[in-house]
Design a protein around this ligand. Sequence first.
Ligand code: ADQ
Length: 460
Amino acid sequence: MTARSSFVVVANRMPVDQVITETGREWQRSPGGLVTALHPVLAARGGTWVGWAGGVGDAPEPFEMEGVHLHPVPLTADDLERYYEGQSNATIWPLYHDAVETPTYRRRWREAYREVNARFAAAADEVSAHGATVWVQDYQLQLVPAMLRERRPDLKIGFFLHIPFPPIELFMQMPQRAEILHGLLGADLVGFQQRLAAQNFVRLARHLLGLRYSGHVIKVEDRQVKSRAFPISIDTTEMEQLAASPTVQARAKQIRAELGDPATVVLGVDRLDYTKGIELRLKAFRELLAEGRMAVPDTVMVQVATPSRERVEHYQTLRLRVEQEVGRINGDFGRVGMPAVHYLHQSYNRTELAALYVAADVMMVTPLRDGMNLVAKEYVAARGDSGGALLLSEFAGAASEMRQAFLVNPYDPEAVKEVLLKAATVEPAEARRRMRTMQRQLRTYDVNRWAHSFLNELGE
Ligand code: ADQ
């Protein structure tokens, strides 16, 4: 008999990873803000997290960890290919990010998306107590709210979209458009990263389904659905403390020494994703080197690109293009033992990541479109009083809040170059002043505040 909870989170992934230790396999809580923010709420309420545990075939039996029930949902190899890599990451992901790569539409992917969403809805039904609050996360599960409401009208259902929500003109491309919109409207509250996205959603409901709305409230039959922005944030205290720790400070010094003690370290940290604008960043750096406005070894760039979605074609071609550009820059401007770009196609632990943030003078965050971008926030939190400059794309959700960053239009190569030079040469006093303002904002509006604002609005 499955335990029933009064608070349930439903997300594509469970917040744990299986690791192999000396004594066998064991589960470990995965790092990340969402887990950190939701864990206390879940633990206090004996809550349940429904999600995919990784791996294909049979799912592990439900289990408990640190006071939270974990309820794994199985995915087959075929689900992974069609629901996850296909519909989620080759259709919805590019479409919602301004179609910066062309979305692929396939009927068999849509069918799998529907089937898997139904499986998640059934699992959520099974673990939810009468009148429970269920919080569904992200673009992989947009049909779950309506599917769950159909089974369980007693539940209070929230949905949060971590990525952008496109303007009507783009959304209308989607063959499954009405189904997805109906799916989301199954929630009582639909949360977005930005106000504009919440407005897009309300207008879309009128445009596509003729629904009436007033302000941020849409009328759906006898119910009301609220559409609001809740910009996500980070665990600010955790990052501040980690970055200030002696281990991280020492490692940051060592990183700078290993880079040859350059005057300026420029850093990029992203999942290797075509929305993140890694290529345009490299190109700006190459042109500045070619024009003699920057020089190696005075300035070096470090680009960490976490492997991501490696079986999806757009990601494979992106990797080739990025690595070709890195090779070209190093071929033209590097010297023996002194590359211009240090490229790391690896995943890092939090300590090493924090040390890189502490070591970097300029952080380049240049997405063509991004729901929020937590790297930008992590960098600012890690800086303490040491200054540093955040170069930030206007097309990242974070740009709405972080107005003291060096904001730039990533589609304008000359602007990116100018702003990079400006950020690299900013006066230390001004750099610290900008950082302090952004840090104050991050301390007040951290990920706990984000989770609580959402749940309050949902009527928790
Ligand atoms: P992502 O697209 O994954 O998230 P982002 O917000 O930057 O992008 O979060 C990435 C996270 O991964 C950060 O916490 C970062 O520290 C970590 N990370 C990046 N590279 C790493 C590496 N090499 N090793 C280890 N960790 C690494 C999606 C949306 C965003 C939105 C978030 C949260 O696309 O817009 O901000 O969800 O809602």
